[in-house]
Ligand binder design. Sequence first.
Ligand code: HAM
Length: 433
Amino acid sequence: MARKPKFQKPAGMHDILPGEQKYFQKIYNVCENISNFYGFKRIDTPILEETELFSKGTGLTTDIVQKQMYNLKTKGGDYLTLRPEFTPGVIRAYIEHGMKNLSQPVKLYSMGPVFRYEKAQAGRYRQFHQFNLEVIGEGSPMIDTQIIQIFYNILTELKLKNPIIEINSIGDSQCRPYYKKLLVNYFKSRESALCVDCRRRLRENPLRILDCKEEKCQRIISQAPQIIDHLCEECHHHFKSVLEFLDEIELPYHLNPYLVRGLDYYTKTAFEIFSELPQKTEEKEFLAKNALVGGGRYDNLVKLLGGDDIKAAGAAMGVERVIEAIKIKGIKFPKSPNPSVFLAQLGNLAKRKTLKLLDEFRKAKIQVAESFGKDSLKAQLKLADKIGARYTLILGQKEALEGTIIIRDMKFGKQDTLKLEKAVKEVKKRLKK
Ligand code: HAM
């Protein structure tokens, strides 16, 4: 058995090897194109933020803040945290840079790594990547629907057909306190039958019990009062409008009264998007358990973080989970074409000249492959064949001395010698044919 290397990646974190990069590139490309179309602008915030930004923003009662943050103390004594999500950082930037003075709403997108100290398992990583959207400064339900529509479009553009939208309203400070009381009363009378986590949630954040996946809790949850029946008029109206807009654009959705989301800041709309489920049970379970997108409205967060009373909504997509869904479904993206030119060299003088020649091809925007490590012509021609190069340029000792180069047509096996300085022009001409 091969010996384990001395150093390995940290648990729950991954190297994105060259072979995987095409997925990230494709996904980010699709996300950026669609977001640009809808008027979003990119924002990059630091990967580290003050710890308090998350404990306040993401919320003290969340699993993220209680168990999952990577915290550190700097040499200067500052408490910083690796971002476990984008939203608090983006809102901090909105406030800090006075973006309320820009024309509202401000639509921002971000992408990159986020960090959560989770129990590492399939679909759940400690470093993963999100594509995140925020619309700040607008309370209209149309925005909630539009955010869902954008992520739906992103997924379908990535060939993940028929995504499943789950949606709920979790009310606001008008109606939620009363509903919470109802829930607490209901669960208190059944407390002994709840799991340990839910008993803790009962004191800290009873709404989160609705989200519990434990079988014994599920039975109790299924009889619990539902928030939908207890929304105040404004929340009710808002939710109804979001659903009507979804109907209007013909996006199918499932009402899920148990969807509460694991973050404290949501008000009114909460939603998640899942991949269409395949037949195979193992894969089905994975896709049913792991949302691809999660988001909703959060009308109090800007104020909570020290800004004005400004409404907002947003969502984020987990890039690794989307890649897993793409692989499960066997979706293939067209490979980027291999270079059509291979540059072979023999001997030291030729090697020196090829460096310059390669740079001329770069300037002419012609992709050229080479293998400076290989010295035998046979090996180099074999490689040129393998990548499917249309032409191989051969620069031997003799050619290097004479200032010429051989151009070999790989399809017909025919070759000509030409002046070295004409090489780029000639290849360009032949490739155009
Ligand atoms: P979230 O639901 O915590 O929401 O994360 C969004 C997405 O990130 C999830 O649907 C999932 O695809 C992915 N994700 C979450 N945790 C993991 C993990 N451990 N491993 C792999 N993927 C994961 C947020 O982060 C909110 N900030 C979204 C938002 C933006 N709400 C309003 N604006």
